[in-house]
Design a protein around this ligand. Structure first.
Ligand SMILES: C[S@@+](CC[C@H](N)C(=O)[O-])C[C@H]1O[C@@H](n2cnc3c(N)ncnc32)[C@H](O)[C@@H]1O
Length: 224
């Protein structure tokens, strides 16, 4: 199967392909994200809200990592599982039909997030009507992921694509940016401090990426 964007999407049904430009990671972005996350053979990567599995399927083809996608919509999990079988990737990729609230973060070394909870924020911006969506759920899922990422070991890598990276706790530092600042690599560089997190500081909002000013919290840079 070709890794070119639109050709890759041919593995999916027309309905899933139509959602691709808005909801699924582009192939070139997925490949770079996977390379940022996989630091050794067998790195266990979790895609938080994997949709039809595009990031995991691309990542398994360009790295030696092991990819798991968790997705709350069963139809998307079925599409992802079928695509993995069609691509003969079932040994390095697997998909769970579950809510992120029920996933053990301890089982993974690295994490990928493409705006998983954004649908809860905007009326009219949704994949379908089969799951409940609300601002309350956005807050619950986002704070849960931030808390689970906060207690992962120092050196843990997270990549975010698009959005405000609200799930990234303040103990992570933005180490590199790609694709016009849309793709960000975060690494846990400080011990988790619940009191600091309670202030609501988001590392993401203080970092403007490669072309603008850089976060004063980055130890290697001076404030403007
Ligand atoms: C913007 S899509 C990204 C899909 C995929 N990660 C990618 O990059 O191609 C976000 C996905 O997260 C899923 N999702 C949202 N909230 C979730 C939750 N609480 N538990 C599991 N999946 C969730 C949605 O159903 C949707 O498929």
């Amino acid at each position: 199967m070709s890794l070119e964007g639109e050709k890759f999407d041919l593995i999916y049904s027309a309905g899933i392909r139509e959602l691709s430009p808005i909801f699924w990671t582009p192939v070139d972005v997925a490949a770079e994200a996977a390379k940022l996350l996989v630091t050794r053979a067998g790195t266990r990567v979790l895609d938080v809200g994997c949709g039809p599995g595009k990031f995991c399927l691309v990542g398994a083809q360009v790295t030696e990592g092991r990819f798991t996608g968790v997705e709350q919509r069963s139809a998307l999990v079925a599409a992802a599982t079928k695509a993995a079988a069609d691509l003969q990737l079932s040994g390095t990729v697997d998909f769970l039909c579950a809510n992120i609230m029920d996933v053990e973060f301890e089982n993974y070394d690295a994490f990928y997030l493409f705006n998983p909870f954004e649908e809860n924020m905007f009326e009219g911006h949704k994949i379908d009507a089969v799951v409940p969506l609300s601002i309350e759920l956005f807050k619950r899922y986002t704070s849960h992921v931030a808390e689970r990422l906060g207690v992962r070991p120092l050196g843990t890598r997270v990549v975010t694509y698009m959005g405000y990276a609200d799930e990234i706790p303040a103990c992570y530092t933005c180490e590199s940016v790609l694709f016009n600042d849309d793709l960000k690599l975060w690494i846990k560089t400080r011990e988790h401090d619940p009191a600091l997190e309670a202030l609501g500081l988001s590392a993401s909002r203080s970092y403007r990426g490669s072309s603008g000013w850089q976060s004063p919290r980055r130890s290697d840079t001076k404030p403007p």
